[in-house]
Design a protein around this ligand. Structure first.
Ligand SMILES: [Zn+2]
Length: 85
């Protein structure tokens, strides 16, 4: 445990709460200092990025599979009916 107090001075009043372990701020002010909203948004972005990354990986895998099967992506014609033959 730490006996440091929160170093928050926002609003002109010092905070008397104990600072979090290894932090300069209490549990109420630490998120404010580090912009909780931004952090949450970043987390959301990271999650979305991970989803896109997974999608991209899946797509790349599918593409690679097609290439392995001899599909020519340079052909500018998509002929789905050929698949049903
Ligand atoms: Zn505080």
């Amino acid at each position: 445990m730490t006996d440091k107090t929160c170093t928050w001075i926002g609003g002109g009043e010092g905070c008397t709460h104990l600072a979090m372990e290894a932090r300069s701020y209490c549990i109420h002010h630490y998120p404010l200092v580090y912009q909780e909203g931004t952090a949450v948004r970043r987390k959301k972005d990271a999650r979305r990025a991970a989803q896109v990354w997974d999608l991209e990986n899946a797509l790349n895998e599918a593409v690679q599979e097609l290439i392995d099967e001899g599909y020519d992506f340079n052909e500018d014609r998509w002929a789905p009916e050929a698949e049903e033959a």
